[in-house]
Design a protein around this ligand. Structure first.
Ligand code: SF4
Length: 68
């Protein structure tokens, strides 16, 4: 499993961080612009369901979970 983000479309809302704080963290870039940072690009088995929940909940649909 690999986590892929389209940063150009990330709105920085933090829903992903709420779902899976082990995997995602929202960083404030310039004071009024925030985007997500992926802490674990390849989450371990125990976090896979959380990663999928974040993918489902992202309002901009910019998280893709790739099974490889
Ligand atoms: S939930 Fe989606 S839009 Fe919001 S910070 Fe996470 S990746 Fe970005």
């Amino acid at each position: 499993m690999r986590v892929v983000i389209d940063l150009d479309l990330c709105g920085g809302y933090g829903t992903c961080e709420s779902e899976a704080p082990e995997i995602f963290r929202v960083v404030d870039v310039s004071g009024d612009y925030a985007h997500v940072e992926v802490l674990l690009e390849r989450p371990p088995e125990a976090l896979r369901e959380k990663a999928r929940a974040a993918e489902r909940q992202c309002p901009n649909r910019v998280i893709t979970i790739v099974e490889d």
